[in-house]
Design a binder for this molecule. Structure first.
Ligand code: PRT
Ligand code: MG
Length: 211
């Protein structure tokens, strides 16, 4: 059995066509079904539906053989011990620093002000600001980061941006790009050795489809 861990939403939606070109089609739609283990048209392949941040954990421990996770998640939670053979080029976005439209970020940085930064990506933010020599107090949030500068909780946020609509709707602007983000295929290294005959053709099909 080959087990593939995925999150619902954009990762699933954009991975489904890649799976299809590898000949794998789920028997249920995760948006409609409450099942967390989805059978596929192949008796030897199943999908696990888990939270995006939990995908690396399932693969690390071998509860899943393969997974699809954003680079944001892998950078933040450490992709250690995971074989990352492929950038799938899906679920693309950017990790950015954003501030209220009227806030002069460059000036604040130039003056050496100590910035309060709210984010779900504490590790990523810490490394980014440390490399720039900017002093920050980091405030960990679990979602809706856009609210933090609007309520005085923070001066800035570190968050993902795609179209920029969410920032604009909250009168925020991106002032710095930290990194481009896309989803990666991750593989449990022991599974790759033990189940190579089954996994290798999947990796090749993914690589062809992701081009
Ligand atoms: O939503 P939930 O709390 O269940 O989990 P999650 O947020 O971890 O998962 P999900 O499905 O929202 O995101 C999964 C992965 O998709 C992330 O880890 C990223 O790698 C990738 N991705 C790609 C994105 C976006 N694009 C994106 N735009 N993840 C989040 N966003 C957010 C963005 O921060 C903003 O709040 O979507 C909102 C809309 O963005 P705009 O700029 O188009 O308005
Ligand atoms: Mg989300």
């Amino acid at each position: 059995m080959i087990t593939i861990a995925l999150s619902k939403g954009r990762i699933y939606d954009e991975t489904a066509p890649l799976l299809k070109s590898a000949g794998i089609v789920a028997r249920d739609d995760p948006e409609r079904s409450r099942k967390l283990i989805l059978r596929t048209n192949r008796a030897d392949v199943r999908l696990l539906i888990v939270r995006a941040t939990d995908v690396p954990t399932y693969v690390q421990y071998g509860a899943a053989d393969l997974g699809v996770a954003g680079k944001d998640v892998l950078d933040e939670n450490g992709g250690q011990g995971l074989y990352q053979p492929l950038d799938l080029g899906i679920a693309r976005c950017r990790m950015v620093v954003a501030v209220p439209a009227g806030f002069d970020y460059r000036r604040a940085v130039r003056q050496g002000a100590r910035l309060r930064v709210a984010t779900k990506y504490v590790q990523t933010a810490r490394e980014h600001f440390a490399a720039k020599g900017v002093h920050v107090d980091l405030i960990k949030l679990y979602g809706s980061m856009e609210l933090a500068p609007l309520t005085g909780l923070a001066d800035a946020i570190v968050d993902l941006v795609d179209t920029g609509n969410t920032l604009r709707a909250n009168r925020l602007k991106a002032v710095e790009e930290i990194a481009p983000v896309s989803a990666r295929l991750i593989v449990n290294q022991a599974a790759l050795k033990v189940k190579r005959a089954a996994i290798q053709p999947l990796l090749e099909a993914f690589a062809r489809a992701a081009r």
